[in-house]
Design a protein around this ligand. Structure first.
Ligand SMILES: Nc1ncnc2c1ncn2[C@@H]1O[C@H](COP(=O)(O)OP(=O)(O)O)[C@@H](O)[C@H]1O
Ligand SMILES: [Mg+2]
Length: 371
């Protein structure tokens, strides 16, 4: 169920431009992590480094017991088979229909028969809700469908690791909500280690188990969602609050005089918004790697901002969780673990329909709200 990725002291430069330096983080096996950062901070470069398309200047990328930057071409080729990647634009071949696009990795990397390929492609197309669109060309479909087709293609080799670059860019908030739900549902199904790169705060606040933030050529912080979402670190706070006040400026970081001027004017960096409940799979079951809501906060003696873990229906998920686990299979929980983070499913069991915004949709803050 997924492979752990351990990044140690990773540095990437292009000529004299340092993109980021000394980045260390662990993507826990089977968990969903988000890497956030303003545009141009090197998120896509990081993702490409993880899959071996770009070579770091320094540092290690451990994938199991293999250190990616030091692998031979052959070993790298083998290791890449563990990955499914959704690039920012979907990277579909414009002249191929969706079926052939999605079948491409199977035809390229396996010796499967066309009958087997058809079975796998249709299975993945069903997972992402694209059945019936097999013959469509990329130019004939919407942005959301392209992302889902890219996701289906990323899934055909049954990846242990799924890397997703800006699944939410160019999508309206409703389609983003569907796609976010789809990623959570996929994680529950395939149990791959997932990294989502994005600058969408709402995605970061509701989808992942872990959040990291790239800023000023450094990984400012990386850890469990509750750690970042309760952090008083100015950059983290500004980013997750989506505010102008703070160290992040329009084009790049603000200089000291700007920050002093803000302080003189009493610019209020804003109170931390409540921590929303994390999205749950739409069929209501609990992901294997789901952490109970409040787990990190309790373990670290941190009080969440007022109103945290309350969903749109007014339910407090710190209280709701034990009941939810009892109803939906506590087997998913490690022994002794407290409640995990999650959104709803009301009393009647939900039919598994990954393309409906299931009860877990309630965990997402309403579009246009204070987020
Ligand atoms: N192949 C490349 N050669 C030179 N510079 C690059 C290359 N790829 C990306 N960059 C530079 O790296 C920086 C980070 O880019 P990118 O990773 O795309 O940012 P993000 O995805 O966070 O918006 C940018 O300044 C970009 O111009
Ligand atoms: Mg990018």
């Amino acid at each position: 169920m997924g492979v752990e990725i351990r990044v140690e002291g990773l540095t990437k430069t292009f000529g004299r431009q340092v993109i980021w330096q000394d980045v260390s983080l662990t993507l826990p096996a089977g968990e969903i992590s988000v890497l956030l950062g303003p545009s141009g901070t090197g998120k896509s470069v990081f993702l490409k480094s993880l899959v071996g398309l770009l070579k770091p200047d320094r540092g290690n990328i451990w994938i199991g017991d293999r250190n990616l930057p030091y692998l031979s071409e052959n070993e790298l080729y083998e290791t890449r088979k563990l990955f499914g990647v959704l690039f920012q634009d979907g990277a579909l071949f414009g002249s191929m229909n969706l079926f052939d696009n999605i079948a491409f990795p199977l035809r390229e990397h396996t010796r499967k028969t066309e009958a087997e390929i058809k079975r796998i492609v249709l299975e993945k197309m069903e997972m992402v809700g694209l059945i019936g669109a097999e013959r469509k060309l990329p130019g004939e479909i919407s942005g959301g469908m392209k992302k889902r087709a890219g996701l289906a293609r990323a899934l055909v080799l049954d990846p242990e690791i799924l890397l997703v670059d800006e699944p939410d860019s160019g999508l309206d908030p409703v389609r983003t909500a569907y796609l976010n739900q789809l990623i959570v549902d996929l994680n529950a199904q395939i149990e791959a280690t997932i990294l989502i790169v994005t600058h969408d705060i709402n995605t970061a606040r509701t989808v992942p188990d872990n959040i990291g933030l790239l800023f000023r050529r450094e990984l400012v912080m990386f850890g469990p969602r509750e750690m970042l979402l309760s952090s008083e670190e100015p950059v983290v706070r500004q980013f997750l609050n989506a505010r102008r006040q703070g160290p992040i400026g329009m084009s790049e970081e603000k200089d000291v005089s700007e920050l002093e001027a803000e302080a003189r004017m009493g610019a209020d960096p804003g109170r931390l918004p409540p921590i929303p409940p994390q999205l749950l799979p739409s069929d209501g079951r609990i992901r294997r790697t789901q952490h109970p809501p409040g787990e990190w906060l309790r373990a670290n003696g941190v009080q969440p901002p007022p109103g945290s873990f309350i969903d749109e229906m007014g339910r407090n998920w710190l209280e709701e969780w034990p009941r939810y686990v009892a109803q939906h299979g506590g087997a998913a929980m490690p022994a002794g673990a407290g409640p995990a983070q999650a959104p709803p499913p009301p009393p009647p069991a939900q039919g598994p329909d990954p393309h409906q915004p299931g009860p877990s949709q309630g965990g997402a803050p309403p579009a246009g709200g204070r987020y």
